[in-house]
Design a protein around this ligand. Structure first.
Ligand code: ATP
Length: 304
């Protein structure tokens, strides 16, 4: 909790014509965290990701990458990002290695040692000198990730990276994304419409529905075990002020501040509210599995 977020969305909104496609979306991803952006098809994941990487403008709100605003300091913000949003462009008649060399030439800070490092990171060392046209989808994706992280971005963004992968490919993707987060401290943001995949891969997930974040919660404890987290509502006299303190992790439910917390978290949040001069009249704990919540909120057809 103490580390400054790598990416921070604050009330990001996108209006197209008369439709609000993205409605006040706020969340943050911290260094070394694999963060899932989960929602049914059409909920607005791609639109949000396109705004993060500057492929689309925001109607209101802001996104910071580190300390730089995507709105007002785009060049400084985007150099800290590696992304695969559409299919990565690869030269199929070149080898994987030649493709990486080609991209490395555009950035003088990328050394041969770094290229070797990213190849090992994504586990492509045995096939890197084969032509890309011989690669499976999973291998092409690894090459795409290797290319996206060569310049050591603080944030890696992948839109629906599990699409088309078989279970083994998904497991491999999970393993190397976790390695990247742990070894290099990269913050990883991945979108998916499949809860089962997000649960395997992510530390935390935000659930998006109809352009709104309806939940942000942790999936793993620091030791890698599933954390026992609960939805906790704080009945307070100034809910808006309380929400302001926990922007990014808190949300408003029935006029009350709601957060996903473990037992220690409940006590800590209560203390912070009181210290901020906010009166707490009640604390309500609701235990529900992520799957239960996701089903309830978005309908069963989207569960993988
Ligand atoms: N340029 C656009 N003009 C109008 N509507 C748009 C535009 N782009 C996206 N939308 C609408 O915004 C909503 C969110 O789309 P988006 O592609 O972001 O969803 P998604 O969660 O990524 O879904 P999927 O997984 O199907 O790609 C959809 O209802 C879509 O029709």
């Amino acid at each position: 909790m103490s580390q400054a977020p790598v990416v921070r969305l604050q009330n990001v909104t996108k209006v197209i014509g008369k439709r609000t496609i993205i409605d006040r979306v706020s969340f943050e991803v911290r260094p070394g965290e694999v963060f899932g952006f989960l929602g049914p098809n059409g909920s607005g994941k791609t639109t949000t990701i396109r705004m993060i990487v500057g492929l689309m403008g925001m109607s209101s709100g802001d996104i910071h990458i580190g300390t730089h605003s995507v709105r007002t300091e785009f060049p400084k913000a985007i150099v800290q990002v590696g992304a695969i949003v559409e299919n990565p462009e690869m030269y199929k008649f070149l080898t994987g290695y030649q493709n990486l060399l080609h991209y490395a030439r555009m950035n003088p800070s990328i050394t041969k040692e770094r290229i070797q490092e990213v190849i090992e990171l994504v586990g492509l060392q045995d096939r890197i000198h084969d032509k890309v046209k011989k690669y499976s989808l999973g291998m092409r994706q690894r090459l795409g990730v290797a290319q996206a992280v060569m310049h050591r971005p603080k944030l890696l963004v992948l839109d629906e990276p599990t699409n088309g992968l078989d279970p083994a490919g998904i497991r491999e993707l999970r393993d190397y994304l976790r390695r990247l987060a742990q070894d290099e401290g990269t913050a990883v943001l991945v979108s998916s419409h499949l809860l089962s995949e997000m649960e395997l891969m992510c530390d935390r997930v935000a659930i998006l529905q109809k352009g709104q974040i309806i939940d942000v919660r942790s999936i793993r404890g620091q030791d890698g075990d599933a954390a026992t987290l609960e939805e906790v509502q704080f009945d307070v006299d100034h809910p808006d002020a309380a929400l302001g303190i926990f922007e990014g992790s808190g949300r408003m439910v029935d006029g009350q501040l709601a957060l996903s917390l473990d037992r220690a978290g409940i006590a800590a949040i209560n203390r912070r509210l009181v210290e901020a001069g906010i009166n707490v009249y009640g604390i309500h704990v609701k235990t529900k599995s992520l799957e239960d919540q996701f089903l309830e909120m978005t309908g069963s057809e989207t569960i993988g």
